[in-house]
Structures are given as structure tokens and as C-alpha cells.
Design a protein around this ligand. Sequence first.
Ligand code: PLP
Ligand code: COI
Length: 353
Amino acid sequence: MLNITITKTSAPKEKPNPEVLGFGKFFSDHMFVSEYTSGKWVNPRIVPFAPFLIHPASTVLHYGAEVFEGLKAYRTKDGGIQLFRPQENAKRMNVSCERMCLPTVPEADFMQILTEFVRLEQDWVPSLPGTSLYLRPYLFGNDEFLGVHPVDSAVFMLIGSPVGAYYAGGLSPVRIMVECDDVRAVKGGTGYTKCGGNYAASLRAGKRAIGEKCAQVLWLDGVNRKYIEEVGAMNVMFKIAGEVVTPELSGSILPGITRSSCIELLRASGIKVTERPVSFDEIIAAHGAGTLEEAFGTGTAAVISPIGEFFHLGKSYTVNGRQIGKTTQELYDMLTGLQWGRELDKFGWTYKI
Ligand code: PLP
Ligand code: COI
């Protein structure tokens, strides 16, 4: 067990209006910090949320040695608070750390930190439907040295942000741009990790997408520029002729926790789900044949996000008349039912605080 010291803020902030939370704009009163030095994590503490000093030569500022996670604390109807599969975030963060030569955090410590933090910030977990407290654990290399090297010092932090919908339009179907120039990741790279660099490298295409009135980018594989990988902040699934298909975990896409939960939920409700390579040509062909029934993204921030249109090389392909499809809606109801505790959790995915 960690001995986490707690220093409470003397100036609690006013809570934002839950109707206008958006995503990632407000922060709760405290943050968790612990440093890694001489081979161990030291001084685990929860302190008032505040900017902090960093050495100008810190590794993270020069070589991007950073990984992060994202999960939510949900207010249940009995007033309790629960997390959704948080152990999976602990495991995935350590996979990311291993790839980036950053120190890992023992799973039990990760869980204790989350639990103590959410207990302290419980009043920051909003109760309006669709809202939650987004939790952002992150870990970065922090040596004071300009050589390129695996770090000796690191910092692990956790902050909380009360959030509503990730996309401004809520559950209304989004328009997505298929990116044919830039690539996000290749096998052997860092695509399967949640490292900050993946997102930095995605921004140029993201900017082009905004220019095309698209919410995000759909990435294609880095070798053939043919096979679908994932969307900027979510995995992607298609319903074609009654079957759900989704890109397999090839090493260059993030193994989404929502993705794997959706695969299980769909299968449990009798829908065939296949993980395999899916080319964008196949999507165009299915669109032409009238068998592209639905498309949606899955992610912690994005939840289940219906895709109403793909924009590819100057052409638009609409999906289901830009309406949310039946399977997408049912999946959204099943997933959010478990997350907000409206449905009985037969899967053992929820973690009560
Ligand atoms: N893919 C990317 C690139 C993401 O940033 C995310 C969000 O975390 C996902 C997929 C979905 O992952 P998860 O369902 O674990 O949130
Ligand atoms: C999440 O869904 O938790 C994410 O990390 C997506 C994001 C980059 C905002």
C-alpha cells in the first residue's frame, strides 16, 4: 500500500455549470503527483491543482517521453461513483511505458491512486445524464540532461476534468475525413501505445480535417495507405450487410478498452463481429452496393460516436442518411447503461469507489 499524503486546497473552486462542460476545459481542485528517482517511486501525494516547475532540459520537453491514459468516474443513480474497467488502463499504461523506456506503475498502486483521488474529488463527479469526471493519468521522463537516453527520473500525475460530450454535437453523427497523405503510425512504431507523440503527429491532418468541416481524421495504414486503422481519438467499426467489422489489432492502432467492450457486448447480443483488415475501398464498394449500414467510433471520451459521412479525395459518402443506426444506438444504450450503472453488470467491468 502506498502512503499517499493529502494536502487539501484552501480555496475550492466553484463547480462549472454541468450543462456546458464540453470536454477537458475544467479541472477539479486537486492533482496526484509522484516522482521516480533512483529506481523507485517516491513522495506520492495529492495536492491542490496548480502549475508546477519543470527543468528547461527535462526529457519530456525535448524528446517527447510521455504516455497517458483516459478513463471516467461515473455517477450512478443511487448517488454512488464507479469506474469502468480501470485495471485495463493500468495495464495499457504500463505497455506504453515499456515501449517508451519509462518506469511502470504497479497495477495495485495505480488502482489505489485512482480510488483515493476520486474519493477526495467526489463532489466533482457530475450527475447530469451523459456527464462524468474524466480522469487523466500521465507519466513523463524528467531527467535534466539533453542526451537522448532512457530516463532515470520520471513523474506520474493524475488530474480530473468534469466533462460532457467530446464532440460539440453530442450523439449526432460526425463527418470524418479519410487521410491519404500523413500517416499516424506503422507497425514497429508507437501506434499501439497512448503516447503524446502519436497525437502531436496527427495534428496537421486534424487541422486539414477541420478545414473540410470534419470532426476528425480516419487514418489509413502507413504501408499501403489502403487499410483502415482508427480515428483520431477512437477506434472504428462498420456494420456491413448485418455483420460488424473492425480493423484487427495490428500493432499500429490503440487497443481501445471501449473497442473490446463493444465487441463483447455486440457478440453477447447475437451480432457477428469480425476483427480483420478493412480497406477503405471495401467501404466505398459497400456504400455503392447499399450494404454499408452503419459506422461508428468507440472511445472513452467519444463513447459511441455515430459516423454520418466520410470525406475521401474530394467525395462524400454518407452513412445511413446521416442518422444514428439501430445497432449503434443499441450499443450506446448497453455501454452507457453499464457505465452509469443503469444496467446490471454481468461482465464484472464496473469498479465501485
Ligand atoms: N484510439 C485512439 C487514438 C484514442 O486516443 C482512443 C482514446 O483513448 C481510442 C482509440 C479509444 O480507446 P479507449 O476505448 O480505451 O478509450
Ligand atoms: C480518451 O478517450 O480517453 C482519449 O484519450 C481521447 C483523447 C485523446 C481525448
